[in-house]
Ligand binder design. Structure first.
Ligand SMILES: [Zn+2]
Length: 135
């Protein structure tokens, strides 16, 4: 085998995932390894790098179909998938920020009922789990 090339078992070991996961990614066309003349999968450092990006994307909630679009620069819908997910992350961050502000406030809130406190009431409006606004 050429230097820097490895079989699926070695690639899986270095990534810390099971071999069947790499086979699945191959079958789904997300990270497709080279093949030896005998038909064995052969991975390069570039493949490893792509799979690390794949896992990082999965950890922040992208589906395998979305990751495939992200990894393939020539996909026409790549930009829209990324923009869509960025918008999702920014909404989540805004909600986390609002929750942090609310919790930090509640510790010191002097109103006996949360509904009588403007700051507490404002949180209920911004929370996705809160009552929906009348249209
Ligand atoms: Zn309050």
């Amino acid at each position: 085998m050429h230097p820097g090339r490895m079989r699926i078992g070695e690639a899986a070991r270095r990534l810390g995932v099971a071999v069947h996961v790499l086979r699945h990614w191959d079958a789904e066309g997300v990270v497709v390894p080279d093949r030896t003349p005998a038909g064995h999968r052969e991975y390069t450092e570039e493949h490893l790098h792509r799979m690390r990006v794949l896992r990082a994307c999965q950890e922040v909630g992208l589906s395998l179909a979305e990751v495939r679009l992200v990894l393939h620069r020539d996909e026409a819908s790549r930009a829209s998938v990324i923009e869509h997910h960025l918008a999702r992350i920014r909404r989540q961050r805004a909600h986390l920020d609002a929750t942090e502000t609310f919790l930090a406030h509640v510790v010191a809130c002097e109103h006996d009922l949360l509904t009588r406190c403007p700051a507490c009431s404002a949180y209920a409006v911004t929370s996705p789990a809160g009552p929906s606004r009348a249209t």
